[in-house]
Design a protein around this ligand. Structure first.
Ligand code: 13P
Length: 338
């Protein structure tokens, strides 16, 4: 098996998932400030240091996605972040897109940018130790949205990015996110997500991407946040697995879900409910951002004295999600957090 496929499989190793700690400088700064922590390169570094040095993290986390700023910083003691992760058996990854920008012709929708100069940036990231990368396309559900042009533009960019990653020896995480914003029902999310995934895989194949050497990071199939009829976990699981089975080739080793704004324990319950449906062609796991780190950030509040509590909080959510990824989660695991 080649190195890329080995890394892709390691990222979705049974009972492990990915920690998405790659918020851009702007997004991270807002989240720190909302938690009462002044935003600066130093506080962003201290927060990511806390996350990646959490004791026991390697038992549930296979890879950590970092942003450019963090990849160039060091943990306390001076070891660069990518080396500190790798030393614990956690694959360091890097977010390489440069953000979602208004789509020409349909400015209420977005297309993710970052292809210019990407080959050179990937070369540097590979030298710095990145084993995988991430690119997120954003799809909004609304009146007349998504348009075909939005789906195709984002899928094309994801495929061009994925091909460049594989050329550089880096595993691409391909993330087409259908947002939870809106009052649409679960059926609409299912239809749009199926269309988005179908378009993405058509483009991946057009661009010659090796499906064996990538990881898909989709949204779960849920109702819009503003929808008055919220589906049960069993309905979310059945809809999500159904859409994936109709659109994702079995050659893809793993599907690692984003959490997308679901409350942390709800995202865990949804992942567990998918495993209750039995084996699937691909590994089903998590690549959560907010659903893993929000409770830890709230516990930390920038206080050195709270680091241990914050790390325990992260380790707990990581363990719960790893249990769900192995089909062994139940709410009996939750009181340990208290
Ligand atoms: P959330 O789990 O917070 O949606 O973040 C995952 C991610 O990496 C978004 O790109």
């Amino acid at each position: 098996m080649d190195q890329l496929t080995q890394t892709a499989r390691a990222l979705v190793a049974p009972g492990k998932g990915i920690l998405a700690a790659d918020e851009s400088v702007g997004t991270m700064s807002k989240r720190l400030e909302a938690a009462g922590v002044p935003a600066s390169p130093q506080t962003r570094r201290a927060y990511r240091d806390l996350l990646v040095t959490t004791p026991g993290l390697d038992e549930s986390i296979s890879g950590v996605i970092l942003c450019d700023e963090t990849l160039r910083q060091s943990v306390a003691g001076g070891t660069p972040f990518p080396r500190a992760c790798a030393a614990r058996g956690i694959v360091p990854g890097i977010k390489v897109d440069t953000g979602a920008k208004p789509l020409a012709g349909n400015p209420e929708e977005s297309v993710t940018e970052g292809l210019d100069g990407l080959r050179e940036r990937l070369e540097e990231y590979a030298e710095m130790g990145a084993g995988f990368a991430k690119w997120r396309g954003v799809i909004t559900i609304g009146d007349g949205q998504p348009t075909r042009s939005c789906l195709v533009a984002n899928a094309h960019a994801l495929a061009r990015y994925a091909a460049l990653c594989q050329e550089a020896g880096i595993v691409p995480i391909v993330e087409p996110e259908v947002l939870m914003d809106g009052d649409h029902g679960i059926e609409r999310c299912a239809a749009v997500s199926a269309d988005a995934l179908h378009t993405v895989f058509a483009q991946l194949i057009e661009q010659g991407v090796a499906l064996e050497s990538m990881v898909l990071k989709p949204n779960m199939i849920v109702a819009g946040k503003g929808c008055c009829e919220q589906p049960s976990a069993a309905q979310v699981a059945a809809a999500t697995v159904g859409v994936l089975r109709r659109t994702v080739p079995a050659a893809v080793p793993g599907v690692a879900f984003l959490s997308g704004g679901q409350p942390p324990a709800v995202a865990t319950v949804h992942l567990q409910a998918m495993h209750a449906l039995g084996p699937q062609p691909w590994v089903l796991t998590f690549s959560f951002g907010r659903a893993l780190v929000d409770p830890a950030l709230a516990a930390w509040r920038g206080e050195p004295g709270n680091v241990e509590l914050a790390q325990d909080t992260l380790a707990h959510r990581a363990r719960c999600n790893a249990a769900a990824a192995a089909g062994r989660y139940s709410d009996e695991l939750e009181p340990a957090a208290a």
